[in-house]
Design a protein around this ligand. Structure first.
Ligand code: ADP
Ligand code: ADP
Length: 232
């Protein structure tokens, strides 16, 4: 079953009389359990595509279905609910709340859904154990290394069992060792059947995915197995 079905996706930005087409007809299907990297140079439309896939922004024309839901038909509230239930986000800057402990950060997607406190704590603890931070439940982000903070963010992305994990330059702020930790974690999650879409401009990161989609000037330039990355 497809998690992502994007057909004829176009996105036009307007400021005054100036228009710019950041996505110029993108077709993309991603099935459950795939691990896909989206690559492209700066200005190619990666952030725009990420925002569309993440239901943070809507297409100007075209159709986007996430886990079978026609995103264009949803109002803001239903879109926010869909985003919370079906997508776990991981960002370059971690986006953790500094005043909250690790488990309090991780439980946030469950709070939004109204899950009871005891279950939230249990699931947040299990998610932190899964990323190797079972002994850091009560630590605040400032007491953790960059790599540990990103693993907290991955735990938060996982806790609600979303259809899709959407990671935007997740290793962009990490050193080599922490980058490897996070990529090893994605390998494990992929092996466990999770669907992962990773946006990156780093070839060493992209080649860890199974499939690489290259974007350029708002269109998909190539789409194929990561093993073909070195062929051009
Ligand atoms: P990338 O993430 O690959 O750097 P973006 O999706 O951020 O690419 O941007 C693609 C193109 O769209 C760029 O030329 C950028 O300047 C333009 N763009 C992005 N967002 C806006 C916006 N809100 N208004 C106008 N132009 C934008
Ligand atoms: P990234 O580093 O992810 O590519 P950018 O720094 O290109 O992000 O853009 C940051 C934000 O500014 C994004 O929300 C993007 O949509 C917006 N943006 C990018 N280019 C433009 C532009 N030319 N005009 C207005 N907004 C833009």
């Amino acid at each position: 079953t497809p998690v992502i079905e994007l057909a004829g996706g176009r996105k036009t930005y307007r400021s005054g009389s100036i228009e710019f087409e950041a996505l110029r007809g993108v077709d993309l299907r991603i099935d459950r359990g795939e691990y896909v990297a989206i690559m492209g140079p700066s200005g190619s439309g990666k952030s725009t595509l990420m925002n569309v896939l993440g239901c943070l922004d809507v297409l100007t024309t075209g159709e986007y279905r996430l886990a079978g839901n026609d995103v264009g038909e949803l109002d803001e509230i239903d879109l926010a609910t869909l985003r919370n239930e079906e997508i776990g986000f991981v960002f370059q800057q971690f986006h953790l709340l500094p005043s909250l402990s690790a488990w309090r950060n991780v439980e946030l997607p469950l709070m939004y859904r109204g899950t009871q406190r005891a279950e939230r704590k249990e699931r947040a603890s299990a998610a932190l154990e899964r990323v190797g931070l079972g002994d850091r439940l009560e630590n605040r982000p400032g007491e953790l290394s960059g790599g540990q903070q990103q693993r907290v963010a991955v735990a938060r992305a996982l806790v609600g069992e979303p259809a899709l994990i959407l990671a935007d330059e997740p290793t962009g702020n990490l050193d080599t060792v922490s980058t490897e930790d996070v990529l090893a974690l994605f390998d494990e999650l992929h092996a466990q059947g999770r669907t992962i879409v990773l946006i990156t401009h780093e070839p060493e990161v992209a080649e860890r995915a199974r499939r690489v989609v290259r974007v350029r000037d708002g269109v998909i330039q190539s789409d194929g197995p990561a093993s073909a990355l070195h062929d051009d």
